[in-house]
Design a protein around this ligand. Sequence first.
Ligand SMILES: Cc1cc2nc3c(=O)[nH]c(=O)nc-3n(C[C@H](O)[C@H](O)[C@H](O)COP(=O)(O)OP(=O)(O)OC[C@H]3O[C@@H](n4cnc5c(N)ncnc54)[C@H](O)[C@@H]3O)c2cc1C
Length: 513
Amino acid sequence: MNPRYLSRFSNKNFDLLVVGGGINGAAIANLAASLGLSVALVEKNDWASGTSSKSTKLLHGGIRYLENFEFDLVAESLKERHIQWKSVPHLVKPMRFIVPVYRGVGRPLWMMKLGVWLYDFLSGKYSLGSHGHLSLEEMARVSPGIRKEGLLGGVSYFDAQMDDARICLENVLMARKRGAQVANYCEVTDFLKENGRTVGVRLYDAILQDACEVRANNIVVAAGPWADFVRHKDTPRSRSRLRTTKGVHVVLRGNGGQDAFLLQSLKDKRIFFMIPFWGNRLIGTTDTDYAERPDDVRTDQQDLDYLLSQARQFFPKMDFSLSQVICTFAGLRPLVHEHGSPSKISRKHVIERNYSGVYYVMGGKYTTYRAIALDCVREVFPRSKDRLPVSESYKLYGSGLGQVDLKSEAARYGVDTDIVSHLMSLYGSRFVDVLHLVRLDPSLKAKICPCGPVIRAQIVYSIDTEMAASVEDIYVRRLGLGYQDCPTQQCLREITQILKKKGFLNEKNYQNR
Ligand SMILES: Cc1cc2nc3c(=O)[nH]c(=O)nc-3n(C[C@H](O)[C@H](O)[C@H](O)COP(=O)(O)OP(=O)(O)OC[C@H]3O[C@@H](n4cnc5c(N)ncnc54)[C@H](O)[C@@H]3O)c2cc1C
């Protein structure tokens, strides 16, 4: 168990304080800590609870950015996709995407063929699989039930699906392993000034219900869609830099199949995805301007209706009724301000230094987070340039899972092979840390619910090692159970009970919708 105390923050002057525990903040802290710098990372809620658990969960070049001629962004993303796959293959899975093409709707077939060829060409040695052209017969085979009226054929290409919340957590845990002081549920409420320069922050710990001051030579704010709110605390008269757009996803019950679909709305020509996800189907996303408080973002009925009706047009016989909905989630794209249609705004990132001396990281895509973190550390610590990793390998907490003999591991810890393989798929090389808990207390090998392979040790591990403090932290971000279908809700009850036993009595109740 990691003890929680604020003096670890207040007793020293850090080289770097990072505000925001989404993917960008976590990776910046991780890289800086790898250079031997003293680093603090604070997050006001749970790790990845903001945008970094609300993405479409794709590591992708972004085939649609080709038509904006953003070839450099696409090529960089394709390389980063490969690096993440090599780093944490248990959390990143190559996936085939099918694009059906209809007469008179959206991009013509020749353009789509050119697009997937160009996408592969830009991937070069980082390709995850070859693109393909699909005849009508092949389309019928790979996408049973697809709307046939006007269908001309299709194309296919490869991208990767990932677990966004867990990759973020892997960065946090790695930063901590490298010596960084990290704390979730710690909000920066104010900035400390000396001669007009920001020298630290005031921190409020919602779990300890206590506050302290943290001083640092450099401060980076990686607060995603909250960046303008944090900036206004630092420099109240500064102008807003973000244009936030809302993206909603829905998870539908039912076999997701093997392949994902990239579909172009027949209504407004927007592109959206239908992707196999934890045995079900993920559909998203919407993209609409949003100017309210980021904490209030939620799915509206019209978002849900839009996604279900669009998907129904392509698969008329599938059940897209509300009764099939397992959950929805809504996030905000923290895009740097530009005029024009939300879908056309560039996903490139920007790093700016405020006149108070604080750095702000804005925009970007999940896929390019490592490149964003490298840019940021280079800019804040120019003299460390030569010490930054030049190789393409990127080590995370669960990296390095080699060949494992499932049967002998299962026998060693007295569990079934399905449990070992499930643990490997979530924790990579760290699966043994969870099994170690089972060895210490065999009652922890019990499954929490007949609906899946999750065992009690995982809840304990989530709390003691992965800093989970609420039902939602565990149910959604640590274990992904919120995206699956537990008819009895026993998973929720078991998580709640263990949290209570561990003294987390004020946990928020997680509602599925
Ligand atoms: C709908 C949608 C789909 C997307 N799909 C993809 C995709 O498939 N692939 C892809 O590459 N990219 C995708 N993206 C983009 C990607 O998710 C984001 O670029 C990325 O998650 C941003 O990470 P971040 O760390 O900047 O922000 P966040 O994850 O939002 O992290 C910022 C953190 O700062 C914290 N914070 C705020 N204020 C304070 C404070 N005062 N004190 C302490 N902490 C604070 C917040 O709680 C939050 O956790 C998608 C985005 C959206 C919205």
